[in-house]
Design a protein around this ligand. Structure first.
Ligand code: SF4
Length: 712
């Protein structure tokens, strides 16, 4: 890898899961520019509008610069020293743990943390405190994809790589709008199609997004009907002899049950449920079945559902039924929403996981992790997942809550409950780079964190590629690296909860030392990276996992896809078919709430806008929150484009401006997910969405709420 030029530091974009490499231009004190890293295999120098304006987010005007504390609610927080902040955090957590037990505290962290940060948060909760109450905003993002991969392929391991875009003859994009949400990956798909005009692109999305607009076939299904569509496609594949029966027999199990399950789901039956033409379902199935190489991509449209796991499993079944997996241009490929949702999963930073893709429910895995960490045991009881965690806090069962690098007061569903929960906690810590987030209003202790351009560590992108993240400039004020804050806290907490010897578990002097421990934990696991260290990543650039000890870079590069040998990560090596539920959305529309509201990313903004909202030019694409409705819905209510309306769901109400859009069918509505209190002068968009979750993945159904609109 060519060394970065003087005044440039090689790092990664902190926004989406494409994981583009960037070169940060700086003068040693301030970041002055950014450009795409031509040597990074995720983007080869390209950046989207968000990545290309990163340097404009690097000013210090909206940063948290000093720790702040208030001893009592209702008081203003006052500046305190780091020493005092760590002391008070440790003492107040210890007080709760000693009096109420370890399950009375929780960490709610973020897919935007680096892998090393994630690792120590997880270790602090599960190895030191003795609870599994650590969950993350990745629960809102990828947990259904995780559960689907594990149920079918045996491991949380996306089997594909970006190069597959170049080889696929058919790409089926379901519940994803990569044209806006993963722009650099999408550009690669566009280029592949320009080179190979015979490539077919099928998009499954209730909206005619920019991605759907370039598709050869857009299946604008009704919300929540994905499983019916995929079942009907499988029905056609079987009916027309397009399934690979020999491959199914050799490499899978459970197919007969699924075959029987889809027998009655003809295209005509599914068409009536999904609201699309039966012929279009047949066409999609034929394009998939007849293509030498077929690739599926999916994201939140499938994941954020009360049956998100089965949405994913039904889509994966199309790859397995046709043997289109493990070779170029083939396979089921989940697009990761956040920059490091993958890395967080790798270190087990969720309430039901343990490091290196170990399962909390597996006693042998708990013992292995206890040995690795040098503790007596890891608790067996599952921790609270995101929605459960805030419900427990409102009920008083979680009394001390530590939130890092995320803004649940804006981003969680059932926001009214989340606000009550934060108010009900005895002690809320917020570890955050940016000032003034919705969550900050609830925090008793605020700890300023370093952010992009100021931190060292690693991230893993959608294609299992681990990249080094590097600091170009010092963090402003007293902001510190996230891993360091956690380790300081853990060392201060250990003696206060009767475990003084455990302080040594957090005696790291660098992110590199944490990475080395994470690497060691992966030995023999599906994501074995015992051949990786910082120096190899410095020398050779970003690498995909697995990368076992002794592997050469060229060998690993040549094995860019998993399961090429037809052996899967299940105990018997066979992939599994899952018979999916055919439930629809949790909330039905009806007389009181007649519209089906969905939400999604806008092209130029990111999550709750604490970073992207700083850049004036990023408002050029969308300058305010608007709820989009079909023109017929506006006319029926006597509304015109631009009118203000009250949008009400079973969970809350917001005032928004309407926009006419024929990208949606009548009966539907769409709103960008990013807008929060600071730009709406009311709560965030997710106020409208409920907390109903997939019972398998515990991911909430953020893609659907039944609403009504009325003029104000
Ligand atoms: Fe950043 Fe994603 Fe854009 Fe790449 S595509 S520059 S990772 S936001």
């Amino acid at each position: 890898v060519r060394a970065a030029a003087p005044g440039e530091t090689r790092s990664n974009c902190p926004y989406c899961g494409v994981g583009c490499g960037v070169l940060i231009e700086h003068d040693g004190a301030r970041i002055t520019g950014v450009r795409g890293d031509p040597a990074h295999p995720a983007n080869f120098g390209r950046l989207c509008t968000k990545g290309a304006t990163l340097h404009l987010t690097a000013g210090h005007d909206t940063r948290l610069l000093h720790p702040e504390y208030r001893a009592r609610r209702g008081e203003a927080r006052a500046r305190v020293s780091w020493e005092a902040a760590i002391e008070v955090a440790a003492q107040r957590f210890a007080d709760v743990i000693v009096e109420h037990g370890p399950d009375a505290v929780a960490f709610y962290i973020s897919g935007q943390l680096l892998t090393e940060d994630y690792y120590v948060f997880n270790k602090a909760m599960k190895g030191l405190i003795g609870s599994n109450n650590v969950d993350t905003n990745s629960r809102l993002c990828m947990s259904s994809a995780v559960a689907a991969y594990k149920a079918t392929l045996g491991a949380d391991a996306p089997p594909c790589c970006y190069e597959d875009f170049d080889h696929a003859d058919t790409i089926l994009i379901a519940g994803a709008n990569p044209a806006w949400a993963h722009p650099v990956a999408f550009r690669r798909i566009e280029e592949a199609r320009a080179r190979r005009p015979g490539m077919k692109i099928v998009v499954v999305d209730p909206r005619r997004t920019d991605t759907a607009a370039m598709a050869d076939l857009h299946l604008a299904i009704l919300p929540g009907t994905d499983v019916w569509l995929f079942d009907a496609m499988l029905h056609v594949l079987l009916d027309e002899g397009l399934a690979d029966e020999a491959w199914i027999a050799a490499h899978t199990e459970g197919f007969e049950a699924l075959r029987a399950h889809v027998r009655g789901v003809s295209p005509a039956v599914a068409a009536a449920v999904c609201g699309v033409a039966a012929e279009d379902i047949v066409t999609a199935a034929r394009w998939w079945g007849e293509a030498p190489a077929a690739l599926s991509l999916w994201c939140q449209g499938l994941n954020q559902s009360t049956h998100g796991t089965h949405n994913g499993a039904a889509l994966i079944a199309l790859s397995l039924a046709t043997g289109k997996i493990g070779r170029p241009g083939c396979g089921p490929f989940s697009l990761t929403g956040q920059p490091n949702a993958m890395g967080g999963r790798e270190v087990g930073g969720l309430a039901n996981l343990l490091p290196a893709h170990r399962d909390l429910a597996n006693p042998a895995h708990r013992e292995e992790v206890a040995r690795l960490w040098g503790v007596d045991s890891v608790p067996a009881a599952p921790g609270l997942t995101a929605v459960e965690l805030f419900r427990a806090a409102r009920e008083g069962r979680v009394k001390a809550l530590w939130i890092a690098c995320t803004n649940p007061a804006q981003s969680m569903p059932e926001q009214a409950l989340v606000h009550e929960a934060l108010a009900a906690c005895e002690f809320v810590v917020l570890q955050e780079a940016f000032a003034g987030t919705e969550t900050a209003a609830f925090a008793d202790l605020v700890l300023p964190a370093a952010t992009w351009g100021e931190k060292e560590g690693t991230v893993t992108n959608s294609e299992r590629r681990i990249s080094r993240v590097r600091a170009a400039v010092p963090a402003p004020g007293e902001a510190r690296a996230d891993w360091r804050i956690v380790c300081d806290f853990a060392r201060a907490l250990a003696p206060r909860i009767g475990k003084p010897q455990a302080a040594a578990m957090f005696a790291y002097d660098s992110a590199q030392a944490i990475f080395a421990e994470h690497v060691a934990s992966t030995a023999g696991r599906d994501l074995d990276i015992t051949g990786l260290d910082y120096s190899l990543l410095e020398r050779e650039g970003p690498q995909q996992w697995p990368f076992p000890a002794g592997a050469r870079v060229e060998e690993v590069g040549a094995r860019a896809r998993l399961y090429a040998d037809g052996r899967f990560a299940t105990p018997n090596g066979r992939a599994r078919f899952v018979v999916p539920w055919r439930t629809l959305t949790a909330e039905a529309t009806g007389v009181r709430y007649p519209l089906a509201l969905t939400s999604g990313r806008l092209r130029d903004h990111w999550h709750g806008m604490s970073r992207s909202g700083k850049v004036a030019r990023l408002y050029g694409h969308a300058d305010e929150a608007r709820i989009e409705l079909h023109p017929r819905e506006l006319a029926g209510r006597g509304l015109v484009d631009g009118d203000l309306v009250r949008v009400s769901s079973r969970h809350g109400a917001l005032v928004l401006r309407v926009a006419a859009s024929d990208a949606l069918r009548p009966g539907m509505a769409f709103v960008g997910m990013h807008w929060g209190r600071r730009v709406l002068n009311s709560a965030g968009i997710n106020l409208l969405f409920g907390g109903a979750c997939d019972p398998l993945s515990k991911q909430p159904e953020l893609k659907h709420a039944a609403v009504r609109i009325e003029p104000v």
